[in-house]
Write a protein that binds this ligand. Structure first.
Ligand code: GDP
Length: 317
């Protein structure tokens, strides 16, 4: 959600539909709720609902129980290059209304279009928005509502990073995944590992060492290279198969003694690791550990799928 022209549709197109940021200049304004089901092409099984900026919560046809009842995360986009006072009012209205219906919603504020701001200005804007939004909540006695803030732009990787953080909060298996990644890296002398949803370049988990933006960008770039090369050279006309499968892997050596190593985990997920070239001597061990890791991931999600099927059966009966 967010005001008109704050960048909602652009974010959705860039993150989930591979639109290049420049093309978003020509997007038409959203004037009705757009529901985008991305569960077929990606690991993240959810729908994104893009709301027109001018939506009026007090309109009797606005069914807030239906809209907020099943909502996992509410992303509110604020244009940081514009005057944001009206956006802050709308944010306040939206979160208090949504919280009344559903107290489990995660509220995520994207302070967006920060590519136009200097580093100092970014920090100052974030501090100002953070303080004002929380003061508004405190003044109306709603300080139990927690807002998370992210600085984003579609012109760099920050939007993918922010969306990764949002999605991770919605994955109940996250601690298990982090644990598996920790075990994998410590037994394979890997410096950093990300588990990526390949299509969206969202990372659904990483080990518990801190994430630095540069490593994340490198891994995203690697995914782009692998997908491009696979799509150009990996398609076989006689098979209607995808250009890459769970056997796909790729290795890139950088001239600073670092290696990027990608292995496909399943149709949607890939593991991308960063490690020192010297430690890659033991590739056999890494590959063996990876197979154990992949098996564990499959088991985690088999459990999830079983649980989902049971819930569906129960819902239908
Ligand atoms: P919506 O009405 O909230 O869906 O907004 P749109 O997605 O249509 O975006 C409005 C305008 O903002 C478009 O011209 C986009 O190109 C521009 N825009 C979106 N994201 C960014 C960003 O991160 N940085 C900059 N500079 N412009 C952006």
């Amino acid at each position: 959600m967010g005001l008109r022209r704050s960048g909602k549709s652009s974010i959705q197109k860039v993150v989930f539909h591979k639109m290049s940021p420049n093309e978003t200049l020509f997007l038409e304004s959203t004037n009705k709720i757009i529901k985008d089901d991305i569960s077929n092409s990606s690991f993240v099984q959810f729908q994104i609902w893009d709301f027109p900026g001018q939506i009026d919560f007090f309109d009797p046809t606005f069914d807030s129980d239906m809209i907020f009842g099943g909502c996992g995360a509410l992303v509110f986009v604020i244009d940081a290059q514009d005057d944001y006072m009206e956006a802050l009012n709308k944010l306040h209205l939206t979160v208090t209304k949504a919280y009344k219906v559903n107290q489990t919603i995660k509220f995520e504020v994207f302070i967006h279009k920060v590519d136009g701001l200097s580093d100092d200005c970014k920090m100052e804007t974030q501090r100002d928005i953070h303080t004002r939004a929380n003061d508004d909540l405190a003044d109306s006695g709603c300080d139990q509502i927690h807002l998370s803030f992210h600085l984003t732009s579609i012109y760099d990787h920050s939007i993918f990073e922010a969306f990764s953080k949002v999605v991770q909060k919605l994955i109940p298996q996250l601690p298990t995944l982090e644990n598996l990644l920790n075990i994998l890296i410590s037994n394979s002398a890997i410096e950093k590992a990300f588990l990526f949803d390949v299509v969206s370049k969202i990372y659904i988990a990483t080990d518990s060492s801190p994430v630095d933006m540069q490593s994340y960008e490198l891994c995203c770039d690697m995914i782009d290279v692998v997908i491009d090369v696979s799509c150009i050279y990996g398609l076989r006309e006689d098979l209607e198969a995808a250009a890459f499968d769970n056997q796909s892997s790729s290795l890139i050596k950088l001239n600073n003694g670092t290696i990027l190593y990608l292995r496909e985990v399943n149709k949607f997920l890939a593991l991308v690791c960063i490690l020192r070239e010297d430690n890659f001597d033991r590739q056999g061990v890494i590959d063996y550990n990876f197979l154990c890791f992949r098996k564990a991931i499959q088991q985690v999600f088999e459990l999830r799928n079983k649980a989902l099927t049971t819930t569906n059966i129960n819902n239908h009966s």
